[in-house]
Design a protein around this ligand. Structure first.
Ligand code: PLP
Length: 343
């Protein structure tokens, strides 16, 4: 039985799965996509030989729908998620689901579950999880002949417990991805590889772990499943550049906003772990993380505190207000960033 919107406390949501009434589904058979459209079945029935089960041939996305003050529903740059999914598909030899059809399927999923888009003012949102997986009877290490594309949704609150309160992170000695591997794609294997180091961080009281570059282990790559940014003493928004980082839609949006709206310098470049002193503030950014201030990073015996362990810094707050203001329709968005859902 799917959940009833009346039973949800939209003010106290975590980041948890919920079985909502509808999800979108399409099947790839005989060389083409066939849309099944919306279905109320939360389960998928697949062959035991499916490539997703053995060889991880699957990719996913994550984006959100936002309720505005006037009750409309905004999507934030869904085309960027659609494009990133085509890159993931190319890397794993899966058929691309067309960008315009992806955006339309997101809109259908949100409209069908519109009662679950949290009210304006709660800060909560409807999280959408598109995915594509290789299915059918296979056993050799080859791409599947058949695929399922689906999108489900659930209302969510904060991803990191702190919200805009800074939290603590620890560097990991493990890698989530290699430079010529799949780190720049949103594919399951990267996340399977992150479970053990993430668990270690959580067990030791940290919000998540910081991944370092897989070659030298001297440069910051990712903050769990979010990108890193720091504000330098000379007011530059600096974020790591590496082939094993997921190109974050939020990060690229912040690079634009930092420059155009906040008048900061911007740079994608190296962030060395022994040069944290050059930052006045640091944060994690992503669809789920939104902007989460980094209070401290522990690396071996060293603990570096950024702006504060308890207070968000002024630039991080300004970036947060600007980004979320656009997402919730309070501020004008750059051309093409907001798409409305007719519901
Ligand atoms: C590993 C990783 N890095 C960064 C991000 C942030 O990307 P985005 O801003 O597109 O959500 C995510 C989440 O999607 C992620 O899984």
């Amino acid at each position: 039985m799917s959940i009833n919107a009346k039973d949800i406390d939209f003010n106290n949501l975590g980041f948890n799965y919920m079985d909502l009434p509808y999800r979108f589904r399409a099947y790839y058979r005989d060389g083409q996509w066939q849309d099944e459209g919306l279905t109320d079945d939360p389960n998928i029935h697949i062959s035991e030989g499916s490539t997703i089960l053995h060889y991880g041939q699957g990719a996913f996305e994550g984006l959100k729908a936002y309720r505005t003050q006037s009750g409309e529903i905004n999507l934030f740059r869904p085309d960027q998620n659609a494009i990133r999914m085509t890159h993931s598909c190319d890397r794993l030899l899966m058929p691309e689901y067309p960008v315009d059809k992806f955006v339309d399927a997101v809109k259908q999923t949100v409209a069908a579950n519109k009662d679950f888009v949290p009210p304006y003012g709660t800060g909560a949102t409807l999280y959408l999880r598109p995915y594509i997986v290789g299915v059918g009877g296979n056993i050799g290490v080859h791409p599947a002949q058949e695929y399922i594309f689906s999108i489900f949704a659930m209302p969510v609150g904060n991803y990191f417990k702190g919200g805009l309160t800074p939290t603590a992170f620890i560097t990991s000695e493990y890698d989530r991805a290699a430079h010529k591997g799949t780190g720049a794609n949103k594919v399951g294997g990267n996340y399977a590889a992150s479970l053990f180091p993430g668990d270690y961080a959580h067990q030791n009281g940290y919000s998540d772990c910081i991944y370092l570059d897989p070659i030298s282990h001297r440069k910051v790559e990712e903050v769990g499943s979010a990108n890193f940014f720091g504000i330098t003493k000379d007011n530059v928004f600096l974020t790591p550049k590496s082939p094993s980082i997921l190109p974050s839609v939020t990060k690229y949006s912040l690079l634009y906003l930092a420059k155009e709206k906040l008048g900061l310098g911007t740079k994608e470049g190296d962030v060395f772990i022994d040069q944290f002193d050059e930052f006045t503030e640091a944060g994690a950014c992503g669809t789920a993380a939104v902007i989460s201030p980094i209070g401290s990073i522990t690396h071996g015996d060293d603990k570096h505190v950024f702006y504060s362990e308890t207070e968000v810094g002024p630039v991080t707050r300004k970036l947060y207000d600007t980004l979320t203001g656009i997402q919730f329709g309070e501020l004008d968005a750059p051309e093409g960033w907001i798409q409305k859902v007719e519901a």
